[in-house]
Design a protein around this ligand. Structure first.
Ligand code: SF4
Ligand code: SF3
Length: 530
């Protein structure tokens, strides 16, 4: 087993069963996967220690738990060196927290989970992957000075559950659903952090034209890093372009105010190796999704926070972006303005339809539903990825009837966000609610509409068609289940970590179903009673 690995946490896992052997499909090598397992095992041990010595837990303990979980999210960290430093931090914290105990907790080996009975493995995986995603939300909120004791406390409970040797379905299932419940609080916290810091997003048209001259492309989800970069590049003749999940930043007033935040470059994460190949500019990754950089552009890639790749320049905690700025000036950018387009040839995209923006027109929306002008809402959202089956989401949106509204969020929207879908009653038919980190906005809107119509969310003329890839999608899904939302269609494939029994439970109780074809799914949905 020394050069072997096992990982099945994301949608592109090998053969839809699990990445094994020398490396995963994402490029994560076996030794890195094993280090992440060791790190997770150390976090489980720390959680057991913390549960028994709660008085010793400090902000530093909470921070190392978030760092450890977030670092193992797909496409964040490929670097054994930084993972080893993190592992040592977790062990040192465990030592400190346990200082007053006479008995030390035993080490925990993740092989115990991977080798467990398939239902136990499935439920523990749901818990682990769910809290990895939730840790990302808590981390971003913490960067802005926001944290929540109940959320922090739950990470230890969930990690402890993963280490329980004799727990079965009865004990683990409630913890799985609790991940969804606490994640709702965590997403609300991040929403509060973002909107209080940068203002509520407003609908904003974003150009896809790269202007001539030096520029920097910033990717990932961390708005705080973008803010710091905008401050440090102000007045230097450098333009800043968002990439991937950074696009919704344009909707926040406190970020939009910077005139050199010019537009958006490129599409979703899985196209980066092509889109960055000839880029005359540096790219800064603040979170996932980093792909192994090709030699053709690896000297232009910079990472910060928990993102790390061997040999790539990392911007540390001092947040001095000088190396990125110098690289931008040295490369010089394009000689002439360059019009980029989206996947479907569109030249602009619109973002910023957060809950405040949508609910500010709630009366018009409600009237339009009552008069029959709007027949149905679709939430077509989630992660993008490389599987060819993901064209489903483009085709689905293209085929939605003209009297329906498409709400979207996360990077899966690049499949269709440059399409011109027109308007209904003055409202755009396609509304981008933001990042995967903003799934809370969609939940707020759904709950507000249900209240306005005096019904439950399941009775609304609303269908959810979700695409997943990494672990934030797992915690969002668990939150939707916690809210009792049924009939979610999930694709392009179902998670490998759902055992047949767990899948059957989800299908029976929540009517989760895999996507089929856009035609069949639309026919089934539109035939449904609304
Ligand atoms: Fe495979 Fe996904 Fe794990 Fe990477 S993160 S090793 S692609 S399952
Ligand atoms: Fe995308 Fe990685 Fe999930 Fe944030 S950037 S949605 S996949």
């Amino acid at each position: 087993m020394s050069n072997q690995m096992f990982c099945f946490q994301c949608e592109q896992t090998a053969g839809c069963t699990g990445c094994t052997g020398q490396a995963g499909i994402c490029g994560k090598k076996a030794d890195t996967a094993r280090l992440q397992d060791q790190l997770t095992g150390a976090l489980v041990k720390l959680a057991h220690t913390a549960e028994k010595n709660w008085g010793m837990v400090t902000e530093a303990t909470n921070r190392v738990v978030l760092d450890g979980l977030f670092s193992s999210v797909t496409n964040v960290n490929f670097n054994n060196e930084t993972l080893t430093v993190l592992l040592n931090r977790v062990c040192a914290e465990d030592e400190r927290v346990s200082a007053s105990s006479e008995v030390r907790e035993p080490n925990f080996n993740m092989e115990e989970v991977w080798q467990a009975d398939e239902d136990v493995r499935s439920l523990k995986s749901l818990i682990l992957f769910g809290i990895r995603g939730m840790a990302a939300y808590a981390y971003h909120a913490m960067a802005l000075g926001y944290s929540d004791n109940e959320v922090n406390r739950f990470f230890y409970k969930a990690l402890s559950a993963i280490g329980m040797k004799d727990w079965g379905m009865n004990e683990l299932l409630p913890v799985v659903l609790e991940v969804g419940e606490i994640n709702l609080k965590c997403m609300a916290l991040l929403d509060q952090a973002n909107t209080e810091t940068y203002g509520a997003p407003v609908p904003t048209e974003v150009s896809m034209k790269a202007e001539k001259g030096p520029f920097i492309v910033i990717s990932g989800h961390d708005l705080y890093d973008l803010k710091l970069l905008l401050e440090q590049t102000a007045g230097k003749g450098i333009q800043v372009y968002t990439h991937g999940e950074m696009l919704p930043a344009h909707g926040y007033p406190a970020l939009h105010q910077y005139p050199h935040l010019k537009g958006n470059f490129g599409t979703a994460w899985q196209n980066q190796q092509n889109e960055f190949a000839d880029l005359p500019a540096p790219i800064l990754f603040t979170t996932n999704c980093l792909m192994p950089p090709k030699v053709s552009y690896s000297d232009r890639v910079f990472t910060t926070e928990l993102v790390s790749y061997p040999g790539v320049t990392h911007i540390g905690e001092d947040k001095d972006f000088t190396p990125v700025i110098q690289k931008a000036l040295a490369l010089g950018g394009y000689a002439e303005d360059r019009q980029m387009t989206g996947i479907n040839g569109g030249k602009t995209v619109t973002t910023g339809f957060g809950h405040d923006a949508v609910l500010s027109v709630a009366e018009r929306v409600i009237d339009a539903v009552k008069t029959g002008a709007i027949k149905r809402f679709f939430l077509v959202g989630g992660c993008d990825g490389a599987r060819p089956g993901r064209n489903y989401f483009t085709e689905f949106v293209k085929q939605t009837p003209k009297d329906t509204v498409v709400l979207t969020l996360a990077c899966g929207k690049y499949r269709f966000n440059d399409l011109e879908l027109g308007t209904i009653g003055g409202l755009p038919r396609l509304m981008d609610m933001g990042q995967c980190n903003d799934a809370y906005s969609a939940i707020r809107v759904a709950i507000a509409l249900a209240e306005a119509f005096g019904c439950g969310v399941n009775e609304l003329p609303l269908s959810m068609i979700l695409s997943w890839y990494e672990q934030k999608a797992v915690c969002i899904l668990l939150t939707l289940l916690h809210l009792g939302i049924q009939n979610i269609r999930l694709g392009p494939t179902l998670p490998a970590f759902l055992s047949p029994n767990v899948l059957e439970y989800l299908a029976q109780r929540y009517h989760i179903a895999p996507v089929t074809t856009p035609e069949e799914d639309l026919k089934a949905i539109l035939g449904e009673k609304s």
